[in-house]
Design a protein around this ligand. Structure first.
Ligand SMILES: Cc1cc2nc3c(=O)[nH]c(=O)nc-3n(C[C@H](O)[C@H](O)[C@H](O)COP(=O)(O)O)c2cc1C
Length: 382
């Protein structure tokens, strides 16, 4: 099929993956209202076309956390990426490094920290969940640091897992899930051979390394369910702040008061995020939440934003709303599932081209020149 956008990659991923995996990626919490609004609210922001501004060439490179990036984008942490493509985290890290941006490795990756970092020269970022098992957290941090990782993304919007109705219907969970998954795999032989057979081991690499035992998909669901910690507060993060000597980025901020708390805590950055609409359905889209957060803390720490970004235009929109950079989740995962590392590279090229068009036609020569003025105000406020 012809691929010219992340929408095309989504369709290609839908065809290639067993449904339980496609819907795990594609779905959100409950009625998926926030999932939908993330995309809609962002694409509703009207870019302000300016012409004859002698823009010339456009530079989309920038830096965050003292790291040069070819564009203000990082790949978001996505659990189980090694199920969507063969050794998926490694492929995604290679594509990101080749295109000059970081990959954030999820706590619940299939490939362990060491395997992914060894595959690329560029240091990856590591994402950690707040888990009951503090021994695991400490072990993961030590291993990340030893591998050369310095940027820690701490995800705080999952004290409990959200209700994802699609998973029960698709066979990810629910009655006869293992049997249904097996039947789906047989019906998708390209995936079954490439990933199902040759992409093994299919365990949670970081968890297995710590528990010294293999974990399968059912273990994953069980372990996650038992380990999220709703009793967590800022004070519980202090030891990590003391322990981790590199930049610490708090992911899952949606309210200006929480952003201020992150500044007080001493975070180096935040990710304005509702977890791609996978946690609390009904909360604000990131696009709508971002301006008030930027008003509250811009300049005090680095602001990244995610949830709903599907194109280079969306990157420019998030920057115009006050972000210093963005993370992309599903958009890169669809491309990875559809076409591996080459798919992610192509997607990042598409994003870069789209950013260049958007910047040229809004009169911004550099990332620093993207501002609230890049949007039509009346429409942005509507
Ligand atoms: C399949 C899937 C798995 C995810 N796993 C994680 C994870 O392990 N850790 C985390 O912090 N966020 C996780 N997220 C959330 C992403 O990091 C990111 O916030 C979200 O995908 C952004 O929204 P978008 O997909 O609309 O770009 C996951 C998202 C998806 C789609």
């Amino acid at each position: 099929m012809i691929i010219s956008s992340s929408t095309d990659y989504r369709e290609a991923a839908r065809r290639r993956l067993p449904p339980f995996l496609f819907h795990y990626i594609d779905g959100g919490a409950n009625a998926e209202r926030t999932l939908g609004k993330n995309v809609e609210d962002l694409s509703d922001l009207a870019l302000r076309q300016r012409v004859l501004k002698s823009v010339g060439s456009v530079d989309i490179s920038t830096s965050f956390f003292d790291e040069k990036v070819s564009m203000p984008v990082a790949l978001a942490p996505v659990g189980l990426t090694g199920m969507y493509a063969r050794r998926g985290e490694v492929q995604a890290a290679r594509a990101a490094a080749k295109k000059g941006i970081p990959l954030t490795l999820s706590t619940v990756s299939v490939c362990p920290i060491e395997e992914v970092q060894a595959a690329v020269d560029r240091p990856i970022w590591f994402q950690l969940y707040v888990l009951r098992d503090r021994g695991f957290m400490k072990n993961a941090l030590e291993r990340a640091w030893a591998a050369g990782i310095r940027k820690l993304v701490f995800t705080v919007d999952m004290p409990v897992p959200g209700s994802r109705y699609r998973d029960a219907h698709s066979g990810m969970s629910g009655p006869n899930a293992p049997l249904r998954r097996m039947i789906q795999a047989v019906m998708h032989p390209t995936w079954a051979f490439d990933v199902g057979l040759f992409g093994r081991p299919h365990d949670l690499g970081n968890v297995s390394a710590y528990r010294q035992q293999k974990t399968n998909l059912a273990d994953y669901v069980g372990w996650l369910g038992q380990n999220f910690d709703p009793s967590i507060g800022w004070q519980d993060l202090e030891w990590i702040r003391d322990f981790w000597k590199g930049p610490m980025i708090i992911k899952g901020i949606l309210d200006p008061d929480d952003a201020r708390d992150a500044v007080r805590f001493g975070a180096d950055g935040i990710v304005v995020s509702n977890h791609g609409g996978r946690q609390l359905d009904g909360v604000l889209s990131s696009a709508k939440a971002l301006p008030a957060i930027a008003d509250a803390v811009k300049g005090d720490l680095t602001i990244l934003a995610d949830s709903g970004i599907r194109s280079g235009l969306d990157v420019v929109r998030m920057l115009a709303q006050g972000a210093d950079g963005v993370m992309i989740g599903r958009a890169f995962v669809y491309a990875l599932a559809a076409a591996g590392a080459a798919g992610v590279e192509n997607l990042l090229d598409l994003f870069a081209k789209e950013m260049q068009v958007a910047m040229t036609l809004t009169g911004a020569r550099s990332i620093a020149e993207i501002s609230a003025d890049s949007l039509v105000k009346a429409v942005a406020a509507a």
